[in-house]
Write a protein that binds this ligand. Structure first.
Ligand SMILES: [Zn+2]
Length: 59
């Protein structure tokens, strides 16, 4: 399941019911990007990893 189940009423972003769904959608929709699932209320969104985190993981 890579399609969002709806639109967040607070952020206007796509909603995914589970962390697993968000992560899979991120891989399919944004290949090559540093996307990660993050929680919003009872659902999940996908977003970019902050730059400081990318640098932190590389070192
Ligand atoms: Zn949201």
């Amino acid at each position: 399941m890579t399609r969002p189940v709806g639109i967040c009423r607070w952020c206007g972003k796509h909603l995914y019911p589970r962390r697993r769904d968000a992560r899979r959608a991120a891989r399919v929709l944004h290949p090559g990007h540093h996307m990660r699932p993050y929680r919003c209320g009872r659902h999940w969104h996908i977003g970019h990893i902050a730059l400081w985190r990318v640098r932190g993981m590389a070192s």
